[in-house]
Ligand binder design. Structure first.
Ligand SMILES: *[C@@H]1O[C@H](CO)[C@@H](O)[C@H](O)[C@H]1NC(C)=O
Ligand SMILES: *[C@@H]1O[C@H](CO)[C@@H](O)[C@H](O)[C@H]1NC(C)=O
Ligand SMILES: *[C@@H]1O[C@H](CO)[C@@H](O)[C@H](O)[C@H]1NC(C)=O
Length: 459
């Protein structure tokens, strides 16, 4: 017989002001072994607010009254971890909730189902996800009676926690405000019919998903109103490439979704993404157009919500939004994107491509990583070149522009005319675009162009 122990709260000293702070269950691999013979599940709801940041408290008191620090008119973020075979406390948890509370005055509920996730048998953890969701739904019903509202709930679930969030959403028929899936678990969920057995966009008013390990522990299928695939959703830069790195090799890509979400909260850089059919298409630089998205490319992380109306509307017309981006190897992972639009006058440049770099007022040059170079320059057609920079470039005064011809013979006397060019920051769409007209290029020779803020008629 299996024994399931559900606990909503822990015992504490009688005196109200001296009760000990709650702690996330710290287990170990031993507990994983014990679970083989004696499966158990325990759930604790640990609440943090700005008032008790250093001393987490139970969400509901023993007598079922609500913790005094919980403010029902504020947003509540629920954090749910995934499978934990080693039983340890999630390394990201403290940093994550602190970033959230620094950003906004909200209630945070950490769902600690470590005993239930700590097992050698992954399938058993998978089976427990539904039980956790049912338990959560009971607690939520109590919260609703205390005046909380489903629309104010934002579930953030990592791996199996993403599916738990989805199940809670199903129980409440999609009335939750938002679910964020951080690399939702793939094994045992991949290929399942949508809606029934895994996180689905109908589980909340707005569902955003970050996929960072689609060929490992994560899931490839798009699940939300928006699905972010950083670096194509696999092989995250900065993660070890060899099994000899041990556990880090197994977890790094999977956990990157969590660290990306966290970085997006902390950095001033907008981690933008490009709506595109596939990562391959994104890599050709052909998905730079965010005009259908409030003129600004959707941002990864907490701020993805700013695009929810557009995304929900698109979903209503069966348009899924998958978005792609590349990231740096280290936190805050941000890349600075610019797009250079070029209009040429004739077909003379059709056998070549253009590269560029940016120089600021002080003469410092930043070299970008350019996307696929073989765009054809057709007569009077606008060609857009996407470029990503590791460092931001502000106060751009010059663009260094080079034309390369795909031919062995060089023509040193040939001249190539560009009618106009325009440079835009996609990371910071509020920055005014820069323009330049009537440019003459030679082969393989960088020319340094002084650019000015575009006038109204140039835009
Ligand atoms: C419930 O317990 C809390 C904390 O122990 C206490 O402050 C509150 O007054 C109790 N409420 C009721 C209705 O007994
Ligand atoms: C609860 O939050 C609302 C909205 O932020 C605020 O106006 C109110 O003062 C808060 N109540 C308490 C008891 O802190
Ligand atoms: C950009 O230019 C403005 C105005 O000239 C100046 O105040 C600012 O410090 C410059 N920023 C950088 C990073 O050089």
């Amino acid at each position: 017989m299996r024994v399931f122990v559900f606990l909503c709260l822990m015992c504490w000293a009688r005196s109200e002001n001296k009760r000990p702070c709650l702690k996330f269950s710290q287990l170990s691999i031993k507990d994983s072994f014990k679970d083989l013979f004696n499966p158990q599940i325990e759930i604790f709801l640990i609440m943090y607010t700005r008032n008790n940041l250093n001393c987490p408290e139970p969400l509901l008191e023993r007598n079922n009254s609500l913790n005094v620090n919980f403010n029902t008119s504020r947003k509540t973020v629920w954090l749910i971890h995934g499978y934990r075979p080693l039983g340890s406390i999630p390394a990201w948890l403290q940093g994550f909730l602190r970033s959230l509370l620094k950003h906004e005055d909200i209630n945070i509920v950490v769902v600690d189902w470590n005993r239930g996730a700590t097992t050698l048998i992954y399938d058993r953890a998978v089976k427990n996800t539904w039980k956790v969701a049912v338990y959560l739904s009971e607690c939520i019903r109590k919260l609703l009676m205390h005046g909380a509202s489903l629309a104010n709930f934002h579930f953030i679930g990592m791996s199996l926690g993403a599916h738990i969030s989805g199940f809670v959403g199903k129980i409440f028929q999609g009335q939750l405000g938002r679910i964020t899936g951080l690399d939702p678990a793939g094994p045992k969920f991949s290929g399942k019919p949508p809606n029934g057995r895994l996180l689905h966009y109908t589980d909340a008013k707005f569902v955003d998903v970050i996929h960072s390990d689609i060929d490992g522990l994560g899931i490839n299928e798009p699940l939300g109103h928006i699905d972010f695939y950083p670096n194509g959703g696999k092989k995250q830069p900065g993660c070890p490439k060899s099994i000899f790195a041990g556990i880090k090799f197994i977890k790094c890509n999977h956990q990157r979704a969590v660290y990306l979400f966290m970085a997006a909260l902390e950095t001033k850089c907008n981690i933008i993404s490009f709506p595109c059919h596939s990562y391959k298409d994104y890599k050709t630089g052909s998905c730079t157009d965010c005009d259908n998205f409030k003129k600004s490319c959707p941002r990864l992380g907490y701020q993805a919500e700013l695009w929810n109306d557009v995304l929900i509307e698109r979903m209503r017309t069966s348009l899924r939004t998958t978005v792609f981006l590349d990231t740096a190897a280290k936190s805050p992972f941000c890349m600075y994107y610019f797009v250079l639009s070029i209009i040429v006058l004739d077909g003379a440049m059709k056998d070549g491509y253009v590269t560029f770099n940016l120089k600021n007022q002080l003469g410092k040059t930043e070299e970008p990583r350019l996307y696929k170079k073989n765009k054809v320059f057709g007569n009077l057609q606008e060609v857009k070149i996407l470029a990503e920079f590791l460092n931001d470039v502000v106060n751009i005064s010059h663009i260094g522009l080079t034309y390369h011809r795909r031919s062995n013979q060089q023509c040193s006397t040939c001249e190539y005319s560009i009618q106009s060019l325009m440079l835009k920051s996609l990371t910071y769409p509020e920055r005014p675009p820069l323009c330049k007209h009537e440019i003459v290029l030679k082969e393989n020779e960088e020319i340094c162009l002084h650019v000015h803020t575009c006038s109204a008629e140039e835009l």
